[in-house]
Design a protein around this ligand. Structure first.
Ligand code: ADP
Ligand code: ZN
Ligand code: ZN
Length: 660
């Protein structure tokens, strides 16, 4: 009996057996269409077998093995199997996620005629002479044979990308492929342009979730057939089936977007490190503000640390100043120092940026006499006031409604916005500086990639004097005219309950500050705070990431937080909090008998306890040993699948959670 064992996108941690009389070894890694329930599904053949645990008369036959593209290579299947194991997710869900949607559905894109190859060898642009530190980094990477992880630590503009390009060049010269991961879709066109200009003869494939179905599928196949030389993409590109992969680069490796927050909750950075290990090749993790996990590995010698201490172009780092706002009466949240700075830049024809990581006009609308505030009906959250289009919006579930004319509870018509977001700052700046062109950049104004590109273009063309923006502006863009950055409202993150909040704040401020003072104009960064002596801000003034990182790591060591411990979070959501917590309590008892070197904490409501009308709870599991945690989770998951649950309850496990 020829049987194929198939990974199907079904939430069950097992493979499914089907009869396939004409199958052979070469079909492992092929997509296959099979009958399932009353319908049909497409999956991936993982193994062949001659017998099955299912009785022979119950076995159904495959509908068809899809031999229209090369089989997925064994290394790719092994990568998916690792993710299934590590993230405790059924293999079929992993393979399904790792395939572009079109291929997942059993279809193929129409082939495009490949562009005619240019006959003359094209030469790239003249290369800059490397700085000594860049040269050392390039050589260190070139020296590596086999698996090795390197942390390339350098501020924005220190020439990290230049180092990546040199390393890629060396790989291409050997006939290898390179994979480069970046955090944001918005960054890929810019980077693609730079890479394409450097390697005119190379075939570059992009992979991100914003691409059209057919284009993504085509890129996947070009990678599988070996036509791609360089694959560039966001986190999902870590699953691209490169067959001659010799180098992986993860740029902005600290960025939280490398971790997927739903479905397969993988960290593309961590999976990339595993993949480099599997293939025995080097991996370069680059950042101005490495994640504390990565920095810790570099400090203990597991990763090799490469530093780029200076900027490659601008003469100096921006000057960072702390503006103590404790005794000052702010004007709509802005200090006299910042207002004066803005005025100066206006007079000099330079650009400024006011950074506030909160979009909308105000975080809440309230009725002071009766105490009504705008709450989301479905979530434990306030509705944010968006004056620009006269709406109240929930930033968690997307619910929106018109702004009420009067208080729904008492009829009072004087409703007041509390707090401030980017829209309010924008309004205030327009009033204050009528001659200035103020441009707001956040997820509302840049809601599509096209709008975002248009905004970027007008900034570059010098069509804006004052930018008001969220962290969208912080990442990877050069604004040559920008010489002043003001950060407002940053203090909230200093005392947030999430132990990673300071790490994120530091990275954001460093990044947003790094936008200023490129080219020949020195930059200045003003941070408004009521905690002027806070070590986090002091480290920013000194541009001292390492000091900040060491202090944070000391605190984490004492508290027993990652990277000194390993965590997983079980989350449940149900119609009532009782149901969620009862499920988690049952999960805890089921786990306690298995726990060896693993701590299970009490189930608690999540910080945002209601989302989309569902009440959410969580249970933290922690261990000092990753293998102990992994062994526990595998056993625990079996029990969890068997637990009785009330109707409507859903749960998931998040390994190495970033959000608490
Ligand atoms: P990062 O990736 O660290 O932000 P980049 O590699 O993008 O830095 O370099 C910043 C700018 O400096 C780019 O315009 C780049 O072309 C330029 N650059 C990089 N290295 C050098 C060098 N050795 N000499 C001159 N210019 C350089
Ligand atoms: Zn909501
Ligand atoms: Zn009222």
């Amino acid at each position: 009996m020829n049987i194929v064992r198939v990974a199907l996108d079904v939430p069950l941690p097992r493979l499914f057996d089907y009869l396939a009389p004409d199958s052979d070894e070469s079909d492992i890694g092929r997509r296959v269409t099979v009958p399932f329930g009353t319908g049909s599904r497409t999956g991936v053949i993982i193994e062949l077998a001659t017998g099955s645990e299912q009785p022979g008369d119950k076995l159904k036959a495959v509908t068809g093995i899809l031999r229209d593209m090369p089989a997925l290579p064994a290394a790719w299947l092994a990568l998916c199997e690792f993710c299934a194991r590590y993230y405790q997710t059924p293999l079929g869900e992993v393979t399904s996620f790792a395939l572009p949607p079109m291929l997942r559905r059993g279809k193929l894109p129409r082939t495009k005629k490949p562009a005619a190859a240019t006959s003359e060898p094209v030469s790239g642009p003249a290369l800059p002479r490397l700085l000594a530190a860049q040269q050392a980094a390039v050589e260190a990477i070139a020296d590596i044979a086999g698996f090795h992880a390197l942390l390339l630590h350098g501020v924005t503009g220190s020439g990290k990308t230049e180092v990546y390009l040199r390393a890629i060049d060396a790989v291409l010269a050997r006939g290898g492929q390179a994979l480069m991961l970046v955090p944001e879709i918005a960054l890929t066109p810019q980077l693609e342009g730079r890479v394409a200009a450097r390697f005119p003869a190379a075939h570059i494939v992009c992979a991100n979730s914003g691409m059209a179905d057919a284009a993504r599928a085509r890129g996947f196949i070009e990678t599988l057939t070996g036509r791609a030389d360089i694959v560039l993409g966001t986190r999902l590109a870590v699953f691209m089936p490169l067959t001659r992969l010799q180098l992986i680069i993860v740029d902005e490796e600290h960025d939280a977007s490398f971790k997927q927050q739903e479905g397969l909750r993988y960290s593309a950075r961590d999976v990339a490190v595993w993949r480099a290990h599997q293939l025995n090749i080097p991996i370069v993790l680059g950042s101005a503000t490495p994640s504390l996990e990565t920095f810790h590995h570099a400090s203990t010698g597991r990763y090799q640390l490469l530093e780029l201490p200076e900027r490659a172009v601008a003469e100096a780092m921006p000057v960072v100043r702390i503006v103590d706002t404790r005794r000052e009466k702010l004007q709509e949240g802005l200090s006299a120092a910042l207002l004066e700075g803005l005025q100066q830049r206006l007079m000099r024809g330079e650009q400024s940026l006011v950074f506030l990581n909160r979009r909308g006009y105000a975080p809440v609308l309230a009725c002071p006499p009766c105490g009504w505030i705008s709450r989301c009906r479905r979530c434990a959250a306030n509705l944010v006031l968006h004056l620009a289009d006269q709406r109240l919006r929930c930033h968690h579930c997307g619910f929106e409604t018109r702004i009420p004319r009067a208080c729904p509870d008492c009829g009072n018509v004087d409703l007041l916005p509390f707090g401030r977001g980017t829209q309010r700052l924008e309004t205030m700046l327009v009033e204050r500086f009528p001659e200035a062109r103020v441009l707001r950049i956040d997820r509302d104004s840049a809601s599509t990639p096209k709008k975002w590109q248009t905004l970027l273009a007008s900034i570059h063309a010098g069509e804006a004097d004052i930018l008001v923006g969220t962290q969208m502006l912080a990442k990877g863009h050069d604004f040559p005219l920008l010489t002043l950055v003001g950060a407002v409202g940053a203090d909230a993150a200093l005392f947030a309950a999430d132990f990673r909040a300071p790490e994120r704040l530091f990275a954001q401020l460093m990044q947003v500050g790094g936008r200023s003072g490129r080219a020949d104009l020195p930059g200045e960064v003003l941070i408004q705070t009521e905690y002027p002596d806070h070590p986090l801000y002091r480290a920013l003034v000194d541009h001292d990431y390492v000091r900040f990182a060491r202090t944070q790591l000391d605190e984490r060591r004492i508290a027993g937080f990652p990277p000194f411990s390993f965590q997983a979070m079980l989350r449940a959501e149900a119609r009532t909090m009782e149901q969620s917590l009862a499920f988690l309590a049952a999960a805890r008892s089921a786990g306690e008998v298995l726990a060896d070197g693993v701590t299970l904490y009490d189930p608690v409501p999540m910080r945002m306890q209601r989302l989309m009308t569902l009440e959410r709870g969580q249970l933290l599991v922690e261990s000092l040993s990753r293998p102990a945690l992994q062994a526990f989770l595998a056993k625990w998951m079996e029990k969890l699948y068997a637990l009785k649950m009330p109707g409507g309850l859903r749960w998931h496990l998040d390994v190495d959670p970033l959000e608490f």
